[in-house]
Design a protein around this ligand. Structure first.
Ligand SMILES: O=C([O-])CC(=O)C(=O)O
Ligand SMILES: [Mg+2]
Length: 232
């Protein structure tokens, strides 16, 4: 199999990326039509971190972080590194040394479907990481892989240049072609949710706000004062 380090990729406009970051993972995911999430085994390791950027993708041999090192030089400010392995791995493939390299290039964070280590230092540095595991297990630098090819991370296809949004709720990826439309839909959802929040906080019930009573009736759900003795 051929292996590649691809230097040039398309990236979404900064304004679109910023708008999606502002919306956050849950809202952008809804606005996109409930697509694009990485599986929840990928967890935020720096609580409160929230980023959005362009995916630089990496496919590594398990237990080998050579290609992460190779990826550093193709990263640009505003990128997010998305690392996968060709078979399951929880090894600590990434730590504070690599984080220093990425920070110096303006990379916003790391999403890795494997392990990270040096987590206390990563927290001190404020370098945001979403990973499958935290594990001190060291890795070697010996096997070929690829940078900026399509990869699958926690069940989700990620293409180089995809828009990555990551926060405490998880990680979302969107194709560049959908960025503008989803950002607009997400902004509309944010405004709508804000007005709903006010109405709900004032005590209006969700079943009324969402007009759910007719649906409950249609589904045969009965409102009664007490549970009938013969309730099935
Ligand atoms: O050096 C490595 O292979 C991974 C690591 O711990 C670091 O980047 O600090
Ligand atoms: Mg280290």
């Amino acid at each position: 199999m051929a292996h590649y380090v691809v230097r040039e990729i398309d990236r979404a406009p900064d304004a679109v990326i910023a708008a999606l970051g502002e919306a956050g993972v849950a809202t952008a995911h809804e606005a996109a039509g409930r697509i694009g999430l990485l599986g929840p085994r990928i967890r935020a390791r720096l609580e409160g971190a929230a980023i959005a950027g362009s995916a630089v993708t990496v496919s590594c041999h398990p237990g080998d972080n050579l290609m992460i090192h190779a990826a550093v030089e193709v990263c640009r400010p505003g990128d997010v590194l998305v690392v996968t392995t060709t078979s399951d791995s929880t090894d600590g493939m990434f730590g504070d040394l690599l984080a220093n390299s990425l920070l110096s290039r303006g990379v916003r964070g790391l999403v890795i479907d494997a392990g990270v280590r040096d987590i206390a230092t990563l927290r001190e540095m404020g370098f945001p990481v979403w990973s499958r595991a935290v594990h001190a297990q060291g890795t070697v630098k010996a096997s070929p892989g690829s940078v900026n090819i399509p990869v699958v991370a926690a069940g989700q296809l990620v293409n180089p240049g995809d828009i990555v949004v990551a926060d405490d709720d998880g990680v979302l990826v969107l194709p560049i072609t959908r960025g503008e439309e989803v950002a607009a839909a997400a902004a509309a959802r944010l405004a709508n949710e804000e007005s709903k929040r006010e109405v709900l906080a004032a005590g209006t019930l969700g079943v009324d706000l969402y007009s759910l009573r007719p649906l409950l009736a249609e589904l045969g759900v009965q409102y009664v004062d007490r549970l009938p003795r013969d309730a099935g």
